[in-house]
Design a protein around this ligand. Structure first.
Ligand SMILES: NC(=O)c1ccc[n+]([C@@H]2O[C@H](COP(=O)([O-])OP(=O)(O)OC[C@H]3O[C@@H](n4cnc5c(N)ncnc54)[C@H](O)[C@@H]3O)[C@@H](O)[C@H]2O)c1
Ligand SMILES: [Zn+2]
Length: 377
């Protein structure tokens, strides 16, 4: 028997109003000058100002230079803002993009070089040697679960290839998961990010690695998300549906410390080549890739169906996912989003060499990816 290591380390404050606990928590740690790292879109919305109104007793600065699929340059600008403020902590406030940047802003404020030199597969990867500033995370979307993950996905400035800093050192020291922060999330973002959460739970469970703890979390995360996503889209003000999606999203991200698979390999490529939103990319690929995966792990698909409350087994589960996509307004395939055959020479090699390809339940070759992309068009 091999020895496996398991860790679920992040303290999570979950529930409506959790955002109001941040100030006292930071003051208790002796923090006085936090930097909020958030995205451009959120900075213009009332939700950020409302959150800031609860940060009494702290000298707060805001860096809102995050947008799109975030780049290394955005991280370096955030690190400069941290130093300019003389900050002593980072508050990540936003979706996966803002939280991924927030995770490494503190790191780059106390380390030399460019963030790209710290990505796990850099040929001369630099170690994280210095103590990182205190970091708390508040998700405002329910999808990536980045708040509980140990990876930060940032794109190269020129190529937009997604690169990952992966280390337990960049984990949030505490998460304040407040579903009220997602009440104003527009339906299209709720839908796309929610599909990301479902995909994390599904792909993590399907991957062949040995991790029964994550498998249990993934199945329960799917059960909760499957019951809530359509309602969160149809009734944006439904706090219970929002809370369920936030929980499903965190569970998906805790579960995928186990692994992901080929849906994500395709989504990473679509993000790099077509600048597509990550959750939308997963949503556009998921049924095609899962139908192809089915023969490798049919019993696991039956289990997914059972957990999602779908009768009829694994293929019925995939059909249910297709229907769910229509129900939440994700219609059409890749072609409808501007992806053409001309993109294939760049999409296929990226997906084939993506780190998630190795943990898909069915081995996927370049020819397989070409077929899958064509089918999803
Ligand atoms: N670290 C990880 O493990 C991990 C996992 C998956 C994806 N990612 C990364 O996460 C990013 C995607 O994150 P995302 O799906 O959360 O999208 P996002 O962070 O890009 O946000 C999507 C949009 O929603 C807006 N928004 C966010 N919160 C809002 C709110 N409460 N009200 C209104 N608008 C709001 C944002 O301004 C933005 O325009 C990608 O960069 C992807 O690579 C990271
Ligand atoms: Zn994802």
């Amino acid at each position: 028997m091999t020895i496996t290591r398991f860790a679920f380390p992040t303290p999570i404050h979950f529930g409506a109003g959790a955002r109001k606990l941040v100030a006292a928590h930071l003051l208790e740690q002796g923090i006085r000058r936090p930097l909020i790292v958030t995205d451009r879109g959120l900075a213009a919305l009332p939700v950020l100002a409302e959150f800031q109104s609860h940060l009494k007793g702290l000298d707060v600065a805001v860096f809102s230079g995050v947008f799109g699929n975030p780049t290394c340059a955005q991280v370096m600008a955030g690190a400069a803002a941290f130093k300019a403020h003389g900050a002593d902590a980072v508050i990540g406030f936003g979706g996966g993009a803002a939280l991924d940047v927030a995770k490494v802003v503190g790191m780059m404020a106390v380390h030399d070089g460019d963030v790209l030199e710290y990505v796990w597969d850099h040929p001369q990867v630099r170690p994280i040697v210095n103590e990182l500033p205190y970091f708390v995370a508040l998700p405002t979307t329910s999808g990536t679960g980045s708040e509980v993950g140990r990876s930060s996905v940032v794109s190269e400035n020129d190529t937009h290839h997604k690169r990952t800093v992966f280390s337990a050192k960049i984990l949030a020291r505490a998460v304040f998961a407040d579903p009220e922060l997602t009440l104003a999330l527009p339906p299209a973002v709720t839908a796309a990010t929610g599909m990301d959460a479902l995909t994390h739970n599904i792909e993590s469970y399907l991957s062949p690695a040995y991790h029964p703890l994550c498998d249990g979390i993934a199945l329960e995360g799917l059960r909760i998300g499957a019951g809530a996503l359509a309602r969160a889209v149809a009734e944006p003000g439904n706090l219970q549906a929002r809370a369920d999606m936030m929980m499903s999203s965190m569970m998906g991200a805790i579960a995928f410390q186990k692994d992901l698979g080929s849906v994500h390999a395709c989504a990473h490529a679509l993000g790099a080549v077509c600048d597509m939103h990550h959750g939308l990319a997963n949503a556009l690929m998921i049924d095609t890739v899962l139908a192809w995966n089915h023969e490798a792990v049919p019993k696991k698909f039956d289990e997914l169906a059972h957990v999602a409350g779908v009768s009829g087994g694994g293929f019925a589960f995939i059909a249910w996912l297709k229907h769910l996509k229509l129900q939440i307004g994700i219609t059409g395939g890749l072609a409808a989003r501007g992806v053409t055959r001309e993109h294939l020479p760049r999409l296929v090699p990226l997906a084939t060499t993506d780190f998630t390809t190795g943990t898909n339940p069915r081995p996927a070759s370049a020819a397989d990816y070409e077929r899958l992309f064509l089918q999803a068009m």
